[in-house]
Design a protein around this ligand. Structure first.
Ligand SMILES: [Zn+2]
Length: 253
């Protein structure tokens, strides 16, 4: 009835203490999940995406502001051309009114007609440029509004992300307290065996219907036979994954 000592090791523990390893294994799963949520909050991916989008839109904004500045300069040049032509028209009109020489008057009238055409052309050009300026203003406003929206979404997500990280941290603290309490209640050498097994496996797993719930492999008849022969105090490991197997009435032994 006594198992080969080399097969099951020197640590012995009551079935009740062994069963508590399942609580530790469960807490460790939840700790890993909480740790993942703490280091990878669900908002992180979208926050990074928003930052990239915002950079692209900021370049776009600089471009549309540059284009608008060019249009403003163009409009400024047209306005000064209009002012020059108007001043010249006024001067010629005064000279025409004061003229007593028919030939001079003829020349002034010709020039006034040319100036009228020139002013009409300049005013048409001004209208076109003003329409383009209006469109450029709309482009700048739309791009800025999009950036504001991206910023607002990013700010909200950052807040949500911080809250998620804080929640995960609180949960981690609570789980660690629970884990500490379970560990304090069972022998240290049993915990050490668990920690060693947990490096490469679930640490401890229920043996249910001849199957290790750590790796979901059904144990062979030979392995089950050896486990049957082991005392209930012996620590038995899954031959497949190395988890400490917790035996119950459901184990199928
Ligand atoms: Zn296993």
């Amino acid at each position: 009835m006594s198992p080969r000592p080399g097969r099951f090791g020197s640590v012995n523990a009551s079935p009740n203490d062994q069963k508590k390893l399942l609580d530790i294994a469960d807490l460790d799963v939840r700790l890993r999940q909480a740790e993942h949520r703490r280091t990878h909050p669900p908002q992180a991916a979208r926050i990074a995406e928003l930052a990239g989008e915002r950079t692209a839109r900021s370049h776009e904004l600089a471009a549309v502001i540059g284009a608008r500045d060019d249009i403003k300069s163009e409009l400024g040049r047209l306005e000064s051309d209009v002012a020059l032509a108007e001043a010249r028209r006024e001067r010629n009109s005064e000279r025409l009114a004061a003229s007593t020489n028919a030939k001079d008057a003829q020349a002034l009238e010709t020039e006034l007609a040319q100036l009228a055409r020139r002013l009409s052309e300049l005013e048409d050009a001004e209208l076109i440029v003003m329409e383009r300026l209006e469109q450029a203003d709309a482009d700048v406003d739309a791009t800025q509004a999009l950036i504001d929206q991206l910023t607002a979404e990013g700010t909200q997500l950052t807040l949500d992300g911080k809250a998620a990280v804080a929640d995960a941290s609180t949960l981690i603290d609570a789980l660690q307290r629970d884990r500490g309490a379970v560990i304090e209640a069972i022998p240290a050498d049993l915990v050490a065996l668990y920690e060693k097994a947990a490096v490469r496996s679930a640490g401890a797993a229920l043996l249910q219907r001849k199957t290790c719930l750590g790796c979901h492999m059904e144990l062979s008849g030979t392995d089950l036979q050896q486990i049957r022969q082991a005392s209930s105090q012996a620590i038995v490991h899954c031959p497949e994954c190395g988890s400490i197997l917790i035996r119950t009435e459901e184990s199928g032994l």
